[in-house]
Design a protein around this ligand. Structure first.
Ligand code: 26M
Length: 824
């Protein structure tokens, strides 16, 4: 009977419409006659989810039966964006749903547009995690993600009339989330505070008691692979009070005390911290980190125990990837479990730990390296602090043995940084507690080895340190966001996208078509229509009219000084001033340009917010100037998101990735633009370098000083400063125009301008002239449209390396030692 009743994945239009209507009637309890687009989205999503769940169950069953080694990706951020379109693509049901929805009186476009982004991340690190989940499932790898179910994702960005960034909460769960499955039966208790008492019985054990206990409850998000039954899981934890509220206080009339515990438990997963590249010692952030690592490890251990193997075999069945240092507490937490609960000796426990974890570093910026104050750890996690001290003691003993008497080295390598207060260096703990450490692009991985972890490379040997260059999923970042280009590629290569989307190096077969004029015309036509699609989007959302006969020049990423949006806006001002001084005759030779910016600034990042304000106010003046507005216009698009990126990226002719050399670990949007045939203007930094290696230096626009020069230039700035007027007159002129009030609010921008005039840590004055020269080369190149389109085709054709399928397979083979599992 069971077998007869089990459902399979819907594949025909009539079962799809039936399931849709069924969800309207029952799950939504609504009538067909007043069903709006939102209702249609919800019904479509629920019916797609039914299909996902069929595959998800079979995948889970297969993993349980075969018990292969599994990998777990621990990330505090998963920047998923929208799900419906991706689920339909991966299930191979796009056409069927489009037809079904149409029969019921809706258009797929309108329905898809109802979905809110799941924005549980800040930027690159969180989006990378989302791409890796897509690739893991698509490659049929047994990989689960673990994260937090924030009630509020990254804030919504509003721009005030003065051009200031304002933040509003992102209540993304308000309309219900069809993509998650609450697992109220899967929960764990997590302890905070209390006391840790060593047993002193000859074992390393201790007892941790008292304090506060909260519950972690699982919510599962289905992760479908592309054209495979494999549907993996992303498990997100929500915090709940262990008991609803304190009945004693309630009965005593103290209502506030009664709900206090409840509030403080719920607060743990209430909001995503909107920072990136900063470390600050907020207790709630540390609570998030421990809550999440403790629940995830308890869950992983329970699953491991179900296979019935000895605990010493743990690393043969489990690999855990630490996405940056945020989950580093998993290292002392696993030690605590193995020692205090499993009764293992120290050496055995440490061996298990150091064979289980893998650590990926995502930045070498010193201000981003996570450190936690010892007094805070002692208060919140007393047992873990003991364990960290024990790890440190044994570690430093081994260092001392290798380098007797080298006290400087011991101080440098200690997990504890001396100071007031003392702080725990999480990157060092992640490094010594892991089997392998990697960076996210070749240059970055070299910098990890030669700067922040230099001593550790010397001590542990270089073979522990590797590189996995980041990647992006071609499903979302080509097929979904650029359907016309995807169709053209399939048609031309005569290869179904089911094949090339999973074997992206096949794009190389496009190379000969650079010489095919008809193909180039089609290629250019698609770019043009994508520009019009973006213009239409801006028109309907912001009421602005954009010149689609211009070059589209795009910089979209988090606002940060090291990413140098300031260099870009100063370059725009330079262009404006140049245009203002041109004769009508000269202007005729100028190709029009539209510059787009988008990105959020951390709410407390004053300089980054000032940069936004400058961009918005420069746009206001430039876009209204009749002398120049046909040749140059500028837009800051508010509330950057995954969905906005999906419209912007396919429309770009040129995109900017212009970080100070050695500061951008990889960058991943650079890959997205190039995959969509946009050319790259950038510094010799991060993955730009490897992109240029693939597509050829003649197809990218490089400028600026190289990494090895940076240290020396900074030294010059500090000890032999040269006034900007002397060093870079063009830049000085631009700064003076801003100071002089050309864009209003003269005094407002002084703190921003002063970062350049004094110190100039990110070397804008060193790179400005070569930046302007590179922009001129872009202009020049664009005039020859035939050659430009050839460059564009070549760029797309050579992007195969940057598929996240390649990246995830490198992790699977070189680090995790896991194998693909076919679900039949
Ligand atoms: C730290 C403390 C408190 C709250 C948040 C943070 C924090 C959050 C995110 C710190 C760093 C965070 O992310 C860093 C990041 O996104 N790094 C980027 O990672 C990408 C993927 O590897 C790279 O492509 C980018 O170059 C790198 O900047």
């Amino acid at each position: 009977v069971w077998k007869d009743c089990m459902r399979d994945v819907d594949t025909d239009v009539s079962s799809i419409t039936k399931s849709f209507v069924n969800h309207v009637q029952t799950s939504l309890a609504r009538q067909p006659y007043n069903l709006d687009n939102l209702g249609a989205y919800q019904a479509a999503a629920l019916s797609v989810r039914d299909n996902l769940l069929v595959n998800w169950n079979e995948t889970a069953l297969q993993y349980t039966r075969k018990a292969p080694k599994r990998a777990y990706y621990l990330s505090l951020e998963f920047l998923m964006g929208r799900t419906l379109d991706n689920a339909l693509l991966n299930l191979g049901l796009k056409d069927q749903y489009a037809e079904g929805v149409k029969k019921l009186g809706f258009t797929m476009e309108d329905v898809l547009d109802q979905e809110r982004d799941a924005a549980l991340g800040n930027g690159g690190l969180g989006r990378l995690a989302a791409c890796y989940l897509d690739s893991s499932a698509s490659q049929e790898l047994p990989v689960w993600g673990y994260g937090l179910r924030y009630k509020y994702g990254i804030f919504q960005q509003l721009i005030s009339p003065a051009g200031e960034q304002l933040e509003a909460p992102d209540p993304w769960l308000d309309n219900q989330n069809p993509w998650e499955l609450p697992r109220l039966d899967v929960s764990y208790e997590v302890r905070f505070y209390g006391h840790a008492e060593r047993m002193n019985d000859g074992t390393p054990r201790a007892m941790w008691t008292g304090g506060q206990e909260v519950l972690a409850v699982a919510y599962d998000v289905m992760i479908p692979g592309c054209y495979t039954k494999t549907t993996n899981n992303l498990r997100l934890w929500e915090s709940k009070p262990k008991r609803g509220f304190d009945l004693n206080s309630f009965n005593a009339g103290n209502y506030e005390a009664a709900v206090e515990a409840s509030n403080s438990a719920a607060a743990i997963t209430s909001v995503l911290y909107p920072n990136d590249h900063t470390s600050f010692g907020k207790e709630l952030r540390l609570k998030q980190q421990y809550f999440w690592t403790a629940a995830s490890l308890a869950d992983i251990l329970r699953r491991f125990k179900n296979i019935g193997k000895s605990i010493t075999e743990f690393p043969d069945y489990v690999a855990i990837q630490l996405n940056d240092t945020h989950p580093t507490l998993a290292i002392p937490e696993l030690m605590r479990i193995l020692i205090d609960e499993e009764d293992l000796d120290w050496a055995t426990a440490w061996k298990i730990v150091t064979n289980t974890f893998f650590y990926t570093n995502h930045t070498v910026l010193p201000e981003a390296l996570e450190k936690w104050p010892v007094p805070l750890l002692e208060h919140l996690l007393p047992r873990h602090l003991q364990i960290i001290y024990d790890i440190n003691l044994l570690f430093l003993q081994s260092v001392e043995k290798k380098y007797p008497g080298d006290r400087d080295r011991l101080a440098r390598m200690s997990l504890i940084e001396e100071g007031f207060p003392k702080q725990v260096r999480m990157a060092y703990l992640a490094c010594i507690g892991s089997r392998k450490v990697n960076g996210v692009a070749e240059l970055h991985s070299e910098l990890v080895k030669t700067t922040i972890l230099k001593d550790f490379v010397e001590f542990e040997g270089v073979s522990k340190f590797g590189n996995v260059t980041n990647g992006i999923t071609p499903r979302r970042w080509l097929d979904q966001c650029n359907p016309e280009l995807s169709a053209l590629i399939s048609r031309t290569l005569k290869v179904d996208k089911a094949v090339w989307l999973k074997e992206l190096t096949l794009l190389e077969k496009l190379l000969p078509l650079t010489e095919d004029a008809a193909f180039r015309t089609e290629w250019a036509g698609i770019k043009q229509r994508n520009k019009e699609r973006l213009a239409h989007h801006v028109q309907t959302t912001l009421g602005l009219t954009i010149n689609t006969n211009a070059m589209f020049d795009v910089q979209i990423k988090r606002l940060h000084e090291y990413k140098r949006q300031t260099l870009n806006i100063l370059g725009v001002i330079h262009r404006y001033l140049t245009l203002k001084n041109m004769s009508a005759e000269e202007k005729k030779k100028v190709n029009p340009r539209v510059v787009f910016f988008a990105g959020k600034a951390a709410p407390a990042y004053y300089i980054a917010k000032l940069t936004i304000r400058l961009i918005v106010n420069v746009a206001r003046i430039i876009n209204a100037d009749p002398d120049t507005k046909d040749l140059l216009s500028l837009y800051f698009l508010p509330d950057y998101s995954v969905s906005l990126a999906e419209v912007l990226i396919p429309a770009s002719d040129i995109s900017q990735h212009i970080s100070t050399a050695g500061t951008e670990a990889s960058g991943t949007s650079n890959m997205k633009f190039c995959l969509n045939g946009g050319l790259l203007l950038g510094t010799v930094d991060g993955a730009n370098i490897e992109i240029a290696e693939e597509v050829g230096e003649s197809n990218v626009f490089f400028f600026g000083h190289l990494t090895p020069a940076v240290e020396d230039l900074r030294y010059q700035h500090t000890y032999h400063p040269v006034p900007i007027e002397e060093k870079c007159p063009a830049l000085a002129n631009v700064l003076n125009q801003v100071s002089g009030g050309l864009f209003g609010d003269a005094h407002v921008y002084e703190p921003l301008l002063n970062t350049i005039r004094q110190g100039d840590y990110y070397l804008l004055s060193d790179d400005f002239d070569s930046y302007i020269a590179a922009l001129a080369m872009v202009d020049e190149a664009y005039l020859d449209q035939t050659e430009w389109v050839k460059k564009s085709i070549r760029t797309t054709a050579k992007m195969g390396k940057f598929s996240s399928d390649r990246a995830i397979n490198e992790y699977a083979e070189s680090y995790w030692n896991i194998e693909a599992q076919r679900v039949v």
